[in-house]
Design a protein around this ligand. Sequence first.
Ligand SMILES: C[S@@+](CC[C@H](N)C(=O)[O-])C[C@H]1O[C@@H](n2cnc3c(N)ncnc32)[C@H](O)[C@@H]1O
Length: 262
Amino acid sequence: MALGFRGDVADYYHRYRRGYPPEALDVVVDVFGLTPDDVAVDLGCGTGQVTVPLATRVRAVVGVDPEPDMLAHGRRAAAERGVANVSWVVGTDADVPALRAALGDGSVGAVTIGQALHWMRHDDLFREASSLVRPGGGVAVLTNGTPLWLQDADWSRALRAFLEEWLGAPAGGACGTDEESRSRYRRSLADAGFRVDVHGVDYTDTLDVESVVGGVLSALPADRLPADRPTFADRIRRALEPHAPFTEHVHVTVLTGTGPTA
Ligand SMILES: C[S@@+](CC[C@H](N)C(=O)[O-])C[C@H]1O[C@@H](n2cnc3c(N)ncnc32)[C@H](O)[C@@H]1O
């Protein structure tokens, strides 16, 4: 299954999607007691925003994503940072049973999912993951702020109005960052036998116009992006410019489901 994270969308994603603050990775490491002996699985790893920093904290990470273009960027980003302990695997959440067969039950310290759970069958996934993780390990669901066009700021409202006019349709959903999705994921983790905790990391950032444009281009599926990307990008710039600076309050969430300790 391919969702459009390919070609130049993958390039934009790699270039403009921000990584996670180190405190968010600290939560994953601390809650599951990850050590350099652990193996982790990062599902929907994309270009490696969670995968690469996590790999510096554990023995090895399996990064899984259905889009080869995203994986290719992740592989290069890891190589540039001297990170050599990631296996970049084409696959989806539906491949977790096969991963369980390959790695063994109780073999994994953490299964992480960064900004990708809304494309997965989370009930099935959490059930499978509960057997895959070792005692005290678990599942971490990360979100990385509110989509650029859904923020409570004039520049974001202007961006949303422009996108809706251009696309002739709503600009896109909250991608699992909304409270309703989070409570659904919490219940589902608890039903799969995990102890659930919610953690947040907040910071403020000011983006330049190219980062907002690149962020939008990275977020729309390739088949929704107009063929004339330069004109589209230019129209976004024009819609945004009266509303500079583009300050955003980024609320990162880490939902952790910890398995039984014995
Ligand atoms: C928004 S990106 C997130 C990338 C990265 N994890 C992050 O936190 O920025 C979502 C990724 O999920 C992948 N994806 C979509 N459906 C998936 C599925 N069913 N299983 C695994 N990954 C999936 C997409 O190809 C894309 O690379």
